[in-house]
Design a protein around this ligand. Structure first.
Ligand SMILES: [Zn+2]
Ligand SMILES: [Zn+2]
Ligand SMILES: [Zn+2]
Ligand SMILES: [Zn+2]
Length: 352
């Protein structure tokens, strides 16, 4: 991620809604793709103050009314309750009558905006119902049924919400925004790191399997990730929860969970690829010369390794977890090479 600049010269960040220096309201302008200071117009709406943009904008409904977004919509293309290019993917939002859910929703939206930023950086196709895309993408953010005055609410059909993906629909359990819960699960599941944005990157990996691989490139994908029909997903899940990952998983997989089934391997490896792209993008914008690469996979891996060394040491200075794995096994590199080509081909011929 890059940083942006207010009209007063103060730096602005991707999540900002105000400039702390000149107190201007700020938002994401879809016309010039920047976080910009907003100039209120007398007839309603705002003008983008970015040099040579000046587009007339209005706030996304979830910015103006709900306070969980910071994106703008181009005035001519919208009306008063328009959702921005990220919020329009929502199918279910958390129940806002429950205390704390608005803050959790805001955290989910912030992670989702970063996800879309990386997808757009890679020019990966995506769209909602009605966008003429083969597999429309949508999101639901939901909570488990909560104890109500000591009793469990009777919601027989849906007491537990599983984070996951099915046919383009991504569900995230809002408890993933709870730091204590997420860290407990991280330790339980023996994961090197577990983050909210990581969930988005993993689940969108399943989406891109459906969009780019299913009935299109399954043969080649099977050669790299293994046959997803044998064992079936249900058999693999059962086996994984009984036996866990094989001890030698680091020689063949990006994570222990990736050993569960070829689909999980694909999603975990895809998430790692997005991690790498996001980190390299930020490192380049922050002026870290060791992040420079030639756009090939091996160039990216080398740059990510160099940046990873530096950031891991910084994290260790602060007593935090390592950001980047020390070594990428050759078998994992081959899987990343498959994804690298898949992603390049996808943006050469959009799935519209
Ligand atoms: Zn300012
Ligand atoms: Zn603009
Ligand atoms: Zn929005
Ligand atoms: Zn998964």
């Amino acid at each position: 991620m890059q940083t942006f600049s207010c009209r007063c010269g103060n730096p602005l960040f991707f999540e900002n809604t105000h400039c702390i220096s000149c107190e201007s309201e700020v938002g994401w302008c879809p016309a010039c793709t920047n976080i910009v200071a907003l100039e209120p117009l007398s007839g309603g709406g705002y003008r983008c103050t970015h040099t040579s943009c000046g587009t007339t904008l209005m706030k996304c409904h979830n910015y103006a009314v709900e306070n969980v977004c910071n994106r703008m919509v181009i005035m001519d293309e919208g009306h008063a309750d328009t959702l921005c290019d990220c919020c329009r993917y929502n199918e279910v939002i958390p129940d806002l009558d429950i205390s704390g859910h608005r803050e959790r929703w805001a955290a989910l939206e912030a992670a989702k905006r970063r996800l879309f930023h990386t997808l757009n950086l890679l020019k990966l196709p995506h769209g909602t119902e009605g966008d003429a895309i083969r597999v429309p993408l949508s999101f639901s953010f939901m909570a488990d049924a909560l104890p109500d005055q000591g009793l469990w609410r009777s919601t027989a059909s849906q007491e537990k919400v599983y984070t996951g993906h099915a046919n383009g629909h991504i569900t995230i359990n809002v408890k993933e925004t709870d730091d204590v819960e997420r860290e407990r699960l991280r330790v339980d599941m023996n994961e090197s790191h577990r983050t909210l944005i990581g969930h988005f990157r993993h689940e969108v990996g399943h989406y891109y399997w459906d969009l780019l691989v299913k009935e299109q490139d399954e043969g080649k994908c099977c050669q790299v990730f293994g046959d997803h029909n044998n064992p079936t997903y249900a058999e693999a899940l059962e086996q994984y929860y009984q036996q866990g990952a094989p001890a030698d998983w680091p020689t063949r997989f990006i994570s222990a969970y990736a050993t569960m089934h070829p689909w999980e391997d694909f999603a975990e490896t895809f998430a790692f690829y997005l991690d790498m792209v996001a980190v390299l993008d930020t490192a380049l914008h922050m002026g870290l010369s060791r992040a420079k690469h030639d756009g090939t996979l091996d160039g990216m891996l080398l740059a990510f390794h160099q940046v990873g060394l530096a950031v891991n040491e910084l994290n260790r200075d602060m007593g935090l977890l390592d950001l980047a794995p020390g070594v990428i096994a050759p078998a994992v590199r081959d899987k990343l090479a498959y994804l690298h080509t898949l992603i390049q081909n996808a943006n050469a011929s959009p799935q519209a």
